[in-house]
Design a protein around this ligand. Structure first.
Ligand code: 4NP
Length: 153
């Protein structure tokens, strides 16, 4: 089983979008049963809420259904997942502060390191921006999820 946890700040925009894209890719490839895919946030502010309605609507128009309920990361996630994949430098630093062991810290990765066509070092937070920011998030995450799947298969 390949166990992947996507991380962003609020777990209502970027990481649930990554989760939905990755779920669709593994389903299309017929390998869904080999994967455990989840997402979580670094803050619990939106805990229990569905994804941001703007992210949901952009996702829907691109063929994805976002049904994740926001939750904050837990210490046990560092045991339960093999790849803990974050969206930006701030996520990266906060995750390293939370990692309970060196082995746990070594599981932390950057989403953009899996991009094949975008030359970019973070997935920009779309929360305070406009529509183009949400489209950009989907473009980057589709590229990165494709690269991630290729690297794991
Ligand atoms: P996300 O976006 O980290 O991609 O889910 C954000 C969601 C909420 C907030 C910031 C970013 N917030 O400040 O509440």
């Amino acid at each position: 089983m390949k166990r992947i946890l996507f991380i962003c700040l609020g777990n209502i925009c970027r990481s649930p979008m990554a989760e939905a894209i990755m779920r669709k890719l593994v389903k299309e490839k017929g390998v869904a049963e080999e994967y455990e895919i989840d997402s979580a946030g670094l803050i619990g502010y939106h805990e229990g809420e569905g994804s941001d309605p703007r992210m949901k609507s952009h996702a829907y128009r691109r063929g994805y259904l976002l049904n994740h309920i926001s939750r904050p990361i837990r210490e046990t996630d560092f045991d339960e997942f093999d790849h803990i994949i974050c969206m930006d430098d701030s996520n990266w630093e906060r995750l390293h502060r939370l990692a309970p062991t060196l082995e746990a810290a070594e599981k932390i990765e950057r989403m953009t390191d899996y991009c094949r066509s975008h030359v970019i070092d973070h997935v920009p937070d779309p929360y305070y921006g406009g529509a183009q920011g949400f489209e950009n998030v989907i473009d980057i995450l589709e590229d990165a999820c494709q690269g991630l799947l290729e690297s794991l298969e």
